[in-house]
Design a protein around this ligand. Structure first.
Ligand SMILES: [Zn+2]
Length: 385
């Protein structure tokens, strides 16, 4: 075959146990291994795949951070005039906040995935958001991404991603595949993440979704063969998925201290991390002491932050960060009111959080971390920056 193409498929939150249980793509992809993820959620891990860099270099981590001067939500402070009419659980709900986030994004011309989940509206005007630009557009990050490098090198590529329905992603991939067409076809599939949260890492719904993916991928490979195109296939995920075995109520612990949210401190309770900014420096030791007494997690040290690649200038994403043990979730949190079956965003040193890497042949660069996928794909495409 004289034509070749690289098919790269990113499956959000596909875990090693799901790959092993299902035997997903065993025949077309004999090269298989788990790969270490980064500390953070897809908001940071997908950018790490696309740039080959840790969060502190590409700039993305957890969505919300304290920065009143640059908050795109500044306008929401007017809602506070409504007082208790709006500051109650019924009105201040995730649906209303989805509308507010959508409106804010449109008003500022943001095209990124821009959720605020269940962060309290009363304090939203003091928060900024890291995901203003769509990951798959040029110039999305603080450093060059795969998209930028391919563009600079004039290499034709096709990125097919969420929110396009997955049926359409595979269909469009099939249509784009022709001699003289894109050299890289990059597919981003996100359904497995939601299925994993709802049913666990190896839920039947995941296994049947993987079976459906395998059929679609097989069709693409067969069609490529008929069209005389040799396809190199790489399938990978940003992180794994871990069954939840318990909850930690960090909020109650902190709110039992004689300190005021919004006056003394601001906290974001992600599902596996609690992040704190101190408006009154005197309250820091109290919060730190209380967190140190919590045995279901640990306060990250400066050494941890450097090792995890999250040593952001000015402690952008939190002056203190508390990470819960793998398998626990912070509940209640600012992420979800429902308790889910499985979660990710734990210590990447625990191998159970690993993402996966499958390939049709042993790659020139053997990936150990998700950040190795970027140089590996560039090498495969003959780009040596
Ligand atoms: Zn997820």
């Amino acid at each position: 075959m004289e034509h070749s193409a690289t098919l790269a498929i990113l499956i959000d939150a596909l875990s090693w146990p799901a790959v092993e249980t299902s035997g997903f793509l065993r025949r077309p992809c004999p090269f298989r291994k788990p790969v270490r993820t980064i500390l953070g959620y897809s908001s940071a891990a997908v950018p790490s795949i696309l740039t080959g860099q840790p969060p502190q270099v590409h700039g993305r981590w957890s969505y919300l951070y304290y920065d009143p001067e640059h908050s795109p939500f500044a306008w929401t402070r007017w809602l506070n005039l409504a007082g208790p009419l709006i500051h109650n659980r019924l009105v201040d709900n995730p649906v209303l906040k989805r509308v507010i986030a959508g409106w804010t994004a449109r008003r500022h011309g943001y095209d990124g995935y821009f959720p605020v989940y269940d962060f309290p509206l009363r304090y939203l005007h003091r928060m900024d958001h890291c995901s203003k630009h769509w990951d798959f557009h040029p110039g999305a990050f603080d450093c060059p991404s795969l998209i930028d490098v391919l563009q600079q090198n004039g290499l034709p590529a096709c990125f097919l991603t969420y929110p396009m329905p997955e049926e359409d992603i595979f269909q469009r991939c099939l249509e784009a595949l022709h001699p003289g067409g894109p050299r890289l076809l990059f597919l981003y599939l996100s359904a497995v993440d939601a299925l994993g949260h709802a049913g666990g890492p190896v839920a039947p719904a995941i296994l049947s979704r993987l079976q459906w993916y395998e059929q679609r991928i097989q069709e693409i490979l067969e069609e490529a063969g008929r069209r005389g195109i040799a396809v190199s296939l790489f399938v990978f995920s940003d992180h794994g998925m871990v069954s939840i075995r318990g909850t930690v109520d960090i909020r109650r612990r902190i709110e039992s201290l004689p300190l005021r949210f919004g006056k003394d401190y601001i906290a974001v309770y992600d599902s596996t991390m609690a992040r704190f900014w101190y408006l009154d420096a005197d309250c820091r030791p109290h919060i730190r002491r209380s967190l140190a007494e919590c045995e279901q997690g640990r306060l990250l040290t400066e050494e941890d932050k450097s090792r995890y690649g999250i040593a952001f200038a000015g402690d952008r994403y939190g002056q203190d960060i508390f990470l819960v043990e793998t398998g626990l979730v912070i509940h209640p949190s600012h992420m979800s009111r429902r308790l889910l079956q499985a979660m990710h965003g734990y210590d990447p040193d625990d191998a159970i959080n690993d993402g996966i890497f499958l390939a049709s042949h042993p790659p020139a660069i053997e990936p150990a971390d998700i950040t190795d996928i970027f140089p590996l794909l560039l090498h495969q495409l003959g780009i040596h920056p």
